[in-house]
Structures are given as C-alpha cells and as structure tokens.
Design a protein around this ligand. Structure first.
Ligand SMILES: Nc1nc2c(c(=O)[nH]1)N[C@H]1C(S)=C(S)[C@@H](COP(=O)(O)O)O[C@H]1N2
Ligand SMILES: [Mo]
Length: 528
C-alpha cells in the first residue's frame, strides 16, 4: 500500500474498517492501561486487591466441583496461569469492543469501563482480606485511567473528538498512523510493566523479609536425630524428607496469601467455653513439638507425587482446645484460612494425637509462604483437603453439619489417608540395562505405619522387599528389592501392608470422592 492510498483509507476515518481496527486497538490499550494502573496501585497499598486475581478467585469459587477437578486434572499446576491468561484475553476482547463502541458513543464505552471496575471491586470484596476504601480506590483509578486513555487514543485514531458524530465532522485531516501506533504500543508496554510491578510489590518481598527475621523456639519435644538406615539413599528414590522448595503444593487461592505476622491473629472460637485469640508471638511462646508427618493429597493418583514428608514443628492442637474448653456438640474442628478456604475433621482426632499441630515450621524453617506462613494445620492420617488448612486464621469448633471447602464440591466428608505405596526406581518410562538392578520406592499409612512391602514381577509371586528403618508411624518408609533384570519387557507391581495388618487393595478406584486405591504397576524395558 502506498502512502497516498493509505491516507485515503485513513481519511475515510471513523466509518472505515481501518478506523474500526484502530479504535479496537485503542480500546485494547485502554484496558491494558486500566488493569496495569489498578495492579500497580494494589501492589502499593495494603489490603488492596488485584482485580484480575479477585475475578479469577470468584471464577474458581463459582465453577462446579467437577469442572474444577477436571481443570486441575488436565492443566495441573498450570491451571492458575491458564485461568489468568483467559481472564486477560476476555478483558482484551471486551476492550476492543468498547473501543469500537467508543468511536460514536464514548459515554457508553466509559460506562463499560466503570462496570468492569465495579465487577472487579465486587469480586474483591467477597474476599475478607480486602478493605473497602482501598478496593474502591483501585477500581476508581483503574476505570479512570482506562477511560482517559481511551479518550486520548481514540482522538489520535480518528481526528475528530471521540463521540463527535461523523456526519457533523468537518473534513478530517489525515490520521498520523505512525504516531497512533507508537502511542498505543507505548501505553500497552507501560501498562504491562505497571502490572508486573504491582504483582512484585504485592507484599511478597516485605513478608519474605519478616519471615526471614523469625527465630524458631526450640521444641520441648524434638523429633530427634534421623537414624542411619532410615534413608536408603538409592539413586532416583524419593528422599525421606522432601526439601521445602520441592514439596508438592495445592491451593485454591490464585495468589499466595501474604500474611503480615505483626497483624495476624489466630482465633479459637465456636462451641468452646472460653474463645480466645493468639498473636504470632503468643503462639510462638507456647510449648512446641516436632513431628515427622507425611502429608498426602486426596487427588494423588496411584503412583502420583501429590504426597510429601516433612519435619513439622508447632503447637499441639489439643493444648489450644484444652485452653478453650470444648462444649458438648463440638464434634468437628474446622480450620479457616485468611483466603476463605476451610477444612474440617473430627475433634476427636485432634484430642487423640499429640502430633496434630498448628504448625509454624517445616523442615527447620518458618513455613514457606507457599505452605501456609505464618501457621497451618497438619494432622497425621488425614488428607490435606479435610485437615491441613494453610494461612490459618481461625479454629472453629462446630457440629459435623458444617462443611469445609471441598465437601460440597464432591469430595467425601471424612478423609483418612489410604495405605499406599509407590515405585520410584526404575523411574518413569524406565529403560534399564540387564543385570542386578534395584526396585525401590516409598510406602505410607500415616498413624498406622508400614509393616511390609511386597513386589511382584510379571505377575509372579509377591516377594517381601527390604524396608528402611521406621522413623515414625506417621512418616512414610522407603523400601527396596534387588532384581536380576533380564532383557525384554517387564511389569513391576508393589503393595504395602500397614501396621494394622491391612494389605493395600488390588481394586483400583479413582481419586474422587475419597482418594485413589489400588497398587502401583510400572512397565520396564530391559535392554543393553
Ligand atoms: N488455605 C488453604 N489451605 C489448604 C489448601 C488450600 O487450597 N488452601 N489445600 C489443602 C490441600 S487439598 C492439601 S492436599 C494441602 C497441601 O498442602 P501443601 O500445599 O503445603 O503441600 O493443603 C491443604 N490446605
Ligand atoms: Mo489435597
């Protein structure tokens, strides 16, 4: 296209398709500016929300349980980035529509921006952590910046003021196309930078520094040294303790909550005689114990890796319950998170197990932000979805009728961890050379312990594997069997027997509603 042709197209301006394209671009850049400005302000202010994350959280909370599970199954850890990208794409598309609309009806486009800001504010106020004034401020700034940018960019896109009727407009000067693209591109780039800046400022840095300054008290009952022989240290075998950075993670929150320990409080309430709250220093001043506990997710498939073992330190729940005084009918203990997540389990469990903890430390460090800083629950023998509330804000005693987050979404009310084993060596897609090779893995049955693991090769008899020294009944146990690998394809199966004598079932069931059952089987190719 020559310059002459170009300016002809442009002179047709508002009504032509080039004009519409520019208006759409202007709308898109205006939405980017609105979101960027809102994110930046949210990052700078305390208790202010990211509107994008707020809308995303609302989506997560409103979709039916089966869809949420399907999304997690298909996308895994990528579910959150995909959701956020989806929201941004929808926002960009709506921005383009508002841009085109704004050519002739600017007021209507402005109302559109205001409506989206209002939606974001409403979504954010569903989250108790956000304060109304700052949330409204974020919405107003977002809408204001968006409308102002749209006005300016439409003026550049089409030389008559936005909103001016085409018919009334005097003959228009040619559009400076290059200038329009430069300003639109520049606006979008600035908006992206502002958004990233806001995300980085959103408290992680500051809370991370507070966390780094914490000194853990010595436990009154330490877990003690790990005996040699508790970790077989076979190449490819899962270590006895999973390092914090590698520990699996399950959160419904789109952004890791950042909790200021100087303001944080834990309240113990509900069906108790003496409800009370604890500050972080008060909680830390209570006697603490250490316990090696394997935490498992109900969504863990047979052979899956949504399970991990750590050394936890914290205050026994039963000490807090004794101080509060249980009332009759307080049959359920519900943990509530600052992000709204809830999980409930029988109060009896907390009374029976000294290792049922309000944990403040994981593998010798204050809880990582991702794993619930400053405090979370860890209860041996129960899947995380009914017990392991992270970013704990309240312990509520109630009857059994109250349901935690996942129960109405199709998961069982009671969540005892099933006896499970996993084959780690040979690794996935295993090809091994012939000769003497290890078969090794882990097995867990928290609160019951592991008494035996057996291995069957090519459907042959069950052979008893060697077990690592037990650390604790709540903690998984490594196992090992030497194998004379002969060339060809082989299947290897494993099954565990727990401390009650129960053998891991051969009946496969899916993860929903109460955790996968069945034993792991892997295929191995043995060749030179
Ligand atoms: N606040 C909050 N706590 C939570 C969850 C959550 O989504 N939000 N997920 C639970 C589930 S399903 C599991 S399996 C464990 C996982 O703990 P981790 O992420 O530290 O491994 O946390 C539990 N606690
Ligand atoms: Mo879970």
């Amino acid at each position: 296209m020559t310059d002459a042709e170009q300016s002809t197209t442009d002179r047709s301006g508002m009504t032509g398709s080039a004009g519409r394209g520019r208006a759409a671009l202007a709308g898109l850049a205006a939405v980017a500016a609105a979101l960027g400005a809102a994110e930046l302000l949210a990052g700078l202010l305390d208790r202010a929300p990211s509107l994008v994350i707020a809308v995303g959280d609302l989506v997560v909370d409103s979709v039916p349980g089966w869809l949420e599970r399907a999304a997690i199954a298909v996308l895994g850890q990528a579910d959150k980035p995909v959701l956020i990208a989806g929201i941004l794409v929808v926002a960009a598309a709506l921005g383009a529509v508002l841009g085109v609309l704004g050519r002739h009806r600017f007021a209507l486009a402005a109302v559109g921006f205001a409506a989206f800001a209002a939606l974001g504010v409403a979504a954010a106020m569903a989250d108790g952590r956000n304060a109304l004034p700052v949330t409204v401020a974020v919405g107003l700034v977002g809408a204001g910046v968006g409308i102002a940018c749209l006005h300016r960019l439409l003026a550049l896109a089409t030389p008559g003021a936005p909103g001016a009727s085409v018919a009334d407009a005097p003959p228009e000067p040619p559009v400076d196309r290059r200038r329009f693209l430069a300003v639109t591109g520049g606006t979008t780039a600035l908006a992206v930078l502002a958004g990233i800046g806001g995300f980085l400022l959103s408290g992680r840095e500051r809370i991370g520094a507070l966390r780094a300054a914490i000194r853990l008290p010595a436990p009154v009952r330490p877990a003690g040294p790990v005996p040699a022989g508790a970790d077989l240290e076979i190449a490819g075998l899962t270590p006895l303790f999973i390092p914090n950075e590698e520990f699996y993670r399950i959160d419904t929150a789109l952004r890791v909550p950042t909790v200021d320990v100087d303001e944080w409080q834990l309240s113990i309430r509900g069906l108790v005689d003496r409800p009370f709250t604890l500050t972080y220093p008060e909680l830390m001043a209570m006697p603490q114990v250490e316990a090696d506990i394997t935490l498992a997710c109900v969504s863990n498939e047979v052979g899956g890796d949504l399970v991990g073992n750590a050394r936890w330190q914290g205050v026994p729940l039963r000490d807090l319950l004794a101080r509060a005084g249980l009332q009759p009918g307080a049959t359920q203990l519900v943990g509530r998170s600052v992000d709204g997540f809830t999980a409930g389990f029988p109060t009896r469990t907390a009374l029976d197990l000294e290792e049922a903890l309000v944990a403040v430390a994981m593998n010798g460090e204050p809880l990582p932000l991702e794993h619930g800083f400053p405090a979370r629950l860890v209860v041996p023998g129960l899947y995380g979805y009914v017990s392991a509330t992270k970013w704990l804000s309240a312990i509520e005693l109630s009857g059994w009728d109250v349901d935690g987050y996942w129960i109405p979404r199709g998961w069982a009310k009671a969540g005892p961890v099933k006896t499970q084993s996993r084959i780690d060596v040979p690794g996935p897609g295993g090809v091994v050379a012939p000769g003497r090779r290890p078969i090794a893995g882990v097995a867990w049955a928290p609160t019951r312990g592991i008494d035996q693991v057996e291995v069957s090769i090519d459907g042959g008899p069950w052979t008893v594997a060697e077990l690592a020294l037990p650390l604790d009944v709540d903690c998984w146990r490594q196992w090992y069997l030497p194998w004379e690998a002969t060339p060809g394809r082989h299947t290897i199966a494993a099954r565990a027997t727990d401390g009650t004598g129960e053998v891991q079932t051969d009946v496969r069931t899916p993860v929903a509603p109460d955790g996968a059952a069945g034993y792991p089987v892997i295929e191995v190719l043995v060749q030179e």
